[in-house]
Design a protein around this ligand. Structure first.
Ligand SMILES: *Cc1c(COP(=O)(O)O)cnc(C)c1O
Length: 476
């Protein structure tokens, strides 16, 4: 399988090259040259082991880069801590419910719980697959990597859990000092692994992100450090996230469509649902639920994609103004005209916005709808959900609140809400809304007793470069 750039100006590359590179050299993102079928009968998706569905999705997108056996080993490592039994090839261990349980909350409403991974957010589902995938890819090439990420939220903890102790990867996580919650920070600082480096930067998230962009832009440094990213544009994350849409859609509905309500920031998760649909999953409409940072809701409802000022909200993982993965769906809605995508993004860079061409907008609206909820609505929704059923995290609450606003866009089939974080990851907000502080699940109940290890650096690219140079095993 070959991967092409959404801006049409870079050579096609293989699956592993697309995964390890992150962005294409022309500034675009990678998309598969064609949409492969999942290669598993609908009936089997609904009854199969989660890891088996993941192995098929991985093999479909990897093409010749991975054998079916390797894909199965990786998915087994990620989701059941065990490969298929060599005697009969059968998958044993945890069943799908244990990876992404689907729970009925009302007559036709379901909650897809994506927060049962080690750092309690949906980022774990994809990152758990990226860990073993990187190890295998680097082993094949005899190479090492320095993975760098700037995070204000859940990506850091998920990356630490997935990459700690990996033979060929050193991880550098930059977080803005004092801007992440205690729970989020501790998932980054308590791994106790020599290859994990948590760095607290004396600056805000934009400063962290600017430093990381600068590291990648310094081509000499990037090459010597073998720099790579695991942010939400990483193709392997999209593939991994498409799997729970497959499993949930097939479990609920073999014929019509299942509508999904997706708390959205960088548009990675929502786009993964669209990818599952291209592979044959019975997905109806995907509703983008945004907080006050509502660029996507405005784009879909008005046709104008325009950057606004970023606001801090109670759902911080969605405080994003430019949704990176939106470029991928724009590419599709423009009939894969990379030059047209390039022109629109040049306009965005120059003037902060662009108009989506009418034909493209119509196509987007066939698959997506959008609505936003502010902090007051988020708190209200958390309060009634706790009374009615169970505590939910603020991101999930934005989804609940968006549903009634987007009711006209639903297709009438079952509705699945994506629950993107465990409520215990945002204890202050849950307590404020419901009066009760949610306890951490047993597997990480000792989070506050674990020793923390992190270093502090000024918001200075040179200082961060020096830090990485001294510690990365990939440096040459
Ligand atoms: C990252 C994140 C989101 C947003 O996901 P995108 O793929 O960026 O749209 C929503 N909720 C939580 C809890 C997250 O960590």
């Amino acid at each position: 399988m070959r991967y092409i750039s959404t801006r049409g100006g870079a050579p096609a590359v293989s699956f592993l090259d697309a995964v390890l590179a992150g962005m294409a050299p022309d500034g675009g993102l990678y998309a598969p040259a064609r949409w492969p079928p999942l290669g598993l009968e609908p009936r089997r998706v609904a009854t199969s082991h989660y890891a088996n569905v993941a192995a098929h999705a991985l093999k479909a997108f990897a093409g010749d880069d991975l054998s079916a056996d390797e894909a199965a080993q990786l998915a087994g490592d990620a989701y059941i801590d065990a490969p298929p039994d060599p005697r009969d090839g059968a998958w044993r261990g945890k069943w799908p419910e244990a990876v992404t349980p689907l729970r009925q909350v009302r007559t036709a409403d379901w909650l897809l719980e994506l927060f049962h991974g080690p750092s309690l957010s949906f980022k774990d589902v994809a990152m758990q697959l990226i860990g073993p995938l990187y190890d295998l890819a680097l082993q094949k090439r005899g190479a090492r990597l320095s993975v760098v990420c700037a995070t204000s939220g859940d990506t850091g903890g998920a990356a630490v859990e997935a990459l700690k102790g990996r033979e060929r990867v050193d991880l550098f996580v930059l977080t803005p000092k004092g801007r992440v919650s205690d729970v989020q920070r501790r998932f980054m600082t308590t791994a106790g692994a020599a290859n994990v480096h948590a760095i607290e930067v004396e600056g805000d998230f934009d400063a962290c992100q600017a430093i990381v962009k600068g590291l990648f832009a310094d081509s000499d440094f990037a090459a010597r450090a073998q720099l790579s990213g695991v942010n939400s544009i990483n193709w392997a994350r999209i593939v991994a996230q498409s799997v729970y849409y497959q499993v949930a859609a097939h479990a609920l509905c073999a014929h019509g469509g299942v509508d999904f309500i997706v708390p959205t920031g960088n548009f990675g998760d929502a786009y993964s649902g669209w990818v599952a649909k291209q592979m044959g999953a019975p997905v109806g409409r995907i509703v983008l639920a945004t907080n006050a940072n509502d660029i996507l809701a405005r784009a879909l409802n008005t046709g104008r994609y325009e950057r606004g000022a970023s606001q801090a909200t109670l759902s911080p993982a969605m405080d994003i103004q430019v949704a990176s993965n939106f470029e991928r769906i724009l590419f599709e809605s423009l009939d894969r005209d990379g030059a047209a995508v390039g022109r629109l993004y040049a306009r965005l860079a120059q003037s902060g916005g662009f108009d989506i061409p009418p034909a493209a907008l119509e196509r987007l609206r066939a698959d997506f709808a959008a609505a936003h909820a502010d902090d007051a609505e988020t708190l209200q929704t958390m309060a009634w959900s706790a009374q009615d059923d169970a505590a939910i995290c603020p991101h999930t609450a934005v989804g609940y609140a968006a549903r009634s606003k987007a009711a006209g866009a639903l297709t009438g089939g079952p509705v699945v809400f994506l629950a993107t974080a465990h409520p215990a990851k945002f204890p202050e907000t849950v307590e404020r809304a419901t009066g009760e502080r949610p306890p951490l699940p047993r597997k990480c109940a000792d989070l506050f007793a674990r020793p923390e290890k992190f270093d502090s650096l000024p918001a200075d690219a040179k200082a961060v470069q020096r830090y990485i140079r001294e510690r990365s095993r990939a440096w040459s």
